[in-house]
Design a protein around this ligand. Sequence first.
Ligand SMILES: Cc1cc2nc3c(=O)[nH]c(=O)nc-3n(C[C@H](O)[C@H](O)[C@H](O)COP(=O)(O)O)c2cc1C
Length: 267
Amino acid sequence: MKFIAIVGTNASFSYNRKLLWYMKKHFKNQAQIDVVEITDVPLFSEDTKVFPQSVKKIALAIKDADGVIFSTPEYDHAITAALKSLVEWLSWGKNQPLNNRPVMIVGASLGNMGTVFAQENLRQILSSPGLDAFVLPSNQFLLGRATEAFDHQDNLIDEHTISWLEHCFSNFMLYSKTIKPMRLEIQDEKEFEKKSKAKEEKQAAADDEDWWIEDTSLGFPLLSDADTGATENEEVNEPEISAYTQFLEEDLWPDDIMDSKGTFENE
Ligand SMILES: Cc1cc2nc3c(=O)[nH]c(=O)nc-3n(C[C@H](O)[C@H](O)[C@H](O)COP(=O)(O)O)c2cc1C
């Protein structure tokens, strides 16, 4: 399986970056993990007319992957502004690459809580419409006291921490594999709906044209220039059968064309 691992900060030194590189190395026999930086991602603005190249690259990488791993720092009990900006870009416009994509969240911080607030924050963000990611439930990997967590080769030191990370990652692999057929089915359905909608719209446009042609050839005189494009000199045919001649011919005596004296209107 192939995963994209996003470093949730634009800082040049980061324990979250270390964590993702450790995961890449540690799980290399189980999956391909490509670590992706967000350093070049500009602050999101709706005024932007052209999608930034740096975001496009990340979006394509996500679309090509079986899932995404976010390693988030915690700034003021939330994710960093840099990561929020990336997520806003990814939720914007027609292409929403995180839609139905399996996501695993991990995080490292200096304190004891190991990014618990930032992870909850990211979980909530990723469930918003426009993102709709499939975030792995439970399996929270919270790396506290990050300054003491790695050795000189940037490997995690604590055995319990490593085995919990292995447990969470193996669940993420299982989760990604299990929901893959469902994701593909949803994708197929969406494409089918898109195609059907396009077909219906095409048919409706064609029906509109037919309606106009029928409307202008009902056999009635077309009286105004606006309707027909006719000039004043063109002969206009009056209807040949009036209501009066019609009831004479058909022997009908409708009340609505006889007045109270029994005479006919207009007589
Ligand atoms: C603006 C700012 C706010 C922070 N807020 C928190 C916080 O709310 N909780 C926490 O545990 N650490 C907080 N920290 C400390 C981070 O855990 C620490 O900087 C950590 O190294 C960030 O992750 P990184 O090494 O991947 O960049 C904050 C740091 C900064 C710069």
